[in-house]
Design a protein around this ligand. Sequence first.
Ligand code: FRU
Length: 506
Amino acid sequence: MFKTLALLALATLTTQAQYNEPYRPQYHFSPKTNWTNDPNGLVFFDGEYHLFYQYNPQGDTWGHMSWGHAVSPDLIHWQELPVALPEENGVMIFTGSTVVDEHNTSGFCTEGKACLVAVYTGHTPKSGASPTLQTQNLAWSNDRGRTWTKFAANPVLDLRMSDFRDPHVFWHPGSRRWIMAVALPDEHKILFYGAPDLKHWSKLSEFGPAGATSGQWECPTLVEVPVDGSSTRTRFVLKIGLNPGALQGGSGEQYFVGAFDGTKFTSDNPPATTLWTDYGKDCYCALVFNGLPRNQTPVMLGWLNNWQYAAKVPTSPWRGQMTVPRQLGLKTTPAGLRLVQQPAAGLSSLRGDRFTWSGQNVQELNTALQAKAGDSYELQSTITLGDAQKVEWKLLAAGNAWTTVGYDKAKGELYVDRTHSGNTGFSKDFPARITAPLPAPATGILKLRILVDRSTVEVFAQDGLVAMTDLAYPPAGANNLELVTAGPAPRRVEVEFWPLTSAWRR
Ligand code: FRU
């Protein structure tokens, strides 16, 4: 009895120490140890959310790519499980999807129950005279994702190509078949395939080149998204990763809004229109969850990093983390339909005591905030700008270090400035003032929702119309937070602030 209790206490202490290292995000998923990049196979099944992810079981840089695995009851508290799909016989497991095969179309499910089927890219590196080969493959699980079997007749799709990857697969009820969107990175094309059984794929159509094409296209995701909160009006969003050459340098993501008829995706906009899902530097290869109950808002989650410096970020014993899960919508704007993102509702379960303030005396606000300082929190501000020219939140601040989230009215620009954020010297591409266009709001009201988590900053402006996701590595104890304004004071400032407790402390 005492021995069991002592072991339990030790396990708890170990978990707490493991998730409390410098820079370790407290409510974002990161693996206990080692390297991660893209999220993979996001799926909700039998009351659990599954997060698979590109994982190196052997080290904290890219290599031996396998699917790591974590599960959660609420998208916020994650439990890491053993590696789901390991590299085998020199074939790495690259990015892909997991689907719930409700009606056993694949023949993999047993006992008349639904099973999970993963569709992933098998990557065989170049060896001697044989060039790199990327093909699409299957694996299945009949025990809620705990153990997996790779299909003996893999691959199920092979174009004998070196760059052909990242299948996004979902069930299309209208055409009663599985649809796969998969990238031809160098051609800047997304190919669409259909299959009745996940095994026999026939080509349906192609999309691209369009939008931004300065790097490889990777990680396509096609998702049906409600328009203006309607439960009946929807439009499709095709999201595509671009690396390098994205808006802020290195990797980033663009999207197209349009129609999908079960065969072909048609964009609403001319091919030259380029829309970005996130204006920060650090959101890549986001995926949406399959298997969500019908009528539930789509939820997306990405890798919170950038290939420019992902291998150099100063964290240990892990490298790489995910964004918070985000609910997606489309909003009608004068320029057309635009993606809106908001943190998933479950995040509010981590909120501690709420602090609110409203008024005009910013100094008074800052004095009140001093006592609230911290490094993992949610901050919402609604600022009636009046004649104010610039408003800036200085976060994760101490002495000479701070990170700024600001708005410049004259320039019509939202920005995250991390040039003085602390440890920035590990890559020339890291220190940056990162900007997003945001014209002065017609209402005169600037709304910011900011999530800070030790080394991550996610900004959702104007109810999620502009998202910016950025890393920062502040010195220990850089917990100050203040509002700085330039020009005349804003007419009114309303603030809500919650410390967010650690999702790793149970
Ligand atoms: C994107 C990516 C994918 C690939 C995976 C390999 O970050 O390059 O295209 O499947 O990472 O780890």
